[in-house]
Design a protein around this ligand. Sequence first.
Ligand code: NAD
Ligand code: GDD
Length: 349
Amino acid sequence: MKAASKRTALVAGGGGFIGGHLAKTLLERGFSKVRCVDVKPFDQWYQFHDGAENRVLDLRDIDACRQAVDGVDEVFNLAADMGGMGFIENNKALCMISVLINTHLLMAAEESGCERYFYASSACVYNGDKQQEADVTALKEADAYPALAEDGYGWEKLFSERMCRHFREDYGIETRVARFHNVYGPNGTFDGGREKAPAAMCRKVIEAQLAGTGEMDIWGDGEQTRSFMYIDDCVEGILKIHEGKFTDPINLGSSELVSINQLVDIVEDIAGIQLDRKYDLSAPKGVRGRNSDNSLILREFGWEPNTSLREGMAKTYAWIYDEIVSRYGAALPKARAATAAAQVEGSAA
Ligand code: NAD
Ligand code: GDD
């Protein structure tokens, strides 16, 4: 790789959770140009870095993609219309339309002579039949085929992975693909319907604590399992994979498997509270169990995500707590708790 001071990069989805953190790291590393592009207006970006060149563009449009890649050598595609289970189960068409973003970005990157292209895929590409038990066998990369991906969102990711492979094979652009397993951390979505379990659990515990309700709701029976990757590990992994020689899709996730009940135990412990748990069995649940087999990333990079869930959740909880209190102030508690309950009922309908 060239020295950082000679490198120029586009972070597509730079106003989002992972894109915002990645752009910060690229700037810290001394990239000569970091361009962040997102469809959201600036006031909705999770992070806004003055050192970056920031633009609002809809990357479903190929001309917008051409503007976005103009004058950069590397592309990180973190842009997608996505969210946690509450969003992807109820918005399959919207999730699939993100295929336009990756297709048009790849075309524009190839046309303009970009050297390297990173694509953010997902553990949702894996075959659902291999994720039916809470006591799941960790997923290895070969488990994506024969294909039975998460409906909507997972199929779009699987197709886009292959698009990257064919652009590399046919046109020589150096594509790299990571399959992220559920990523969490500060400066991400914690309400509004797109939030994933770690942030949702923090928010619900904080709201219950502030409102003094003594209870919280949990989707499913709480025994479903996942692994959760802290954002700093995600950014480190993205850069290793992007800069490395390994070209096939590769897992980027923690292998610390927990049930959702165990995740809630951790959050309650951080908050110093115990709540009555109300299980909503009709809410979106996704697969029963999912974990990341990290044999391949260990073999190729001698590294795997290693922030403990307890440590990462403590930082995430502290950030969400401050956001909720500063955003809504003392008037928050009861109103927010009522809104959250209505959202859960809405997404379960
Ligand atoms: P995010 O929603 O915070 O960020 C995605 C960003 O893309 C958003 O800011 C959104 O406005 C932007 N975007 C959507 N449509 C766009 C368009 N047409 N043009 C330009 N920008 C557009 O999500 P994230 O958690 O930062 O995820 C980043 C990437 O990682 C996504 O591709 C996602 O599918 C993938 N991923 C994330 C996770 C996770 O747990 N966070 C897991 C697996 C895969
Ligand atoms: N979101 C959310 N909110 N999930 C909850 C809640 C809640 O209040 N309560 C319990 N859960 C349960 C869900 O029912 C699901 O069984 C589990 O927590 C995990 O939910 P999510 O974090 O929303 O999603 P996921 O792990 O099924 O899928 C996510 O990770 C994939 C990568 O591993 C999604 O973000 C996908 O978009 C992503 O690709």
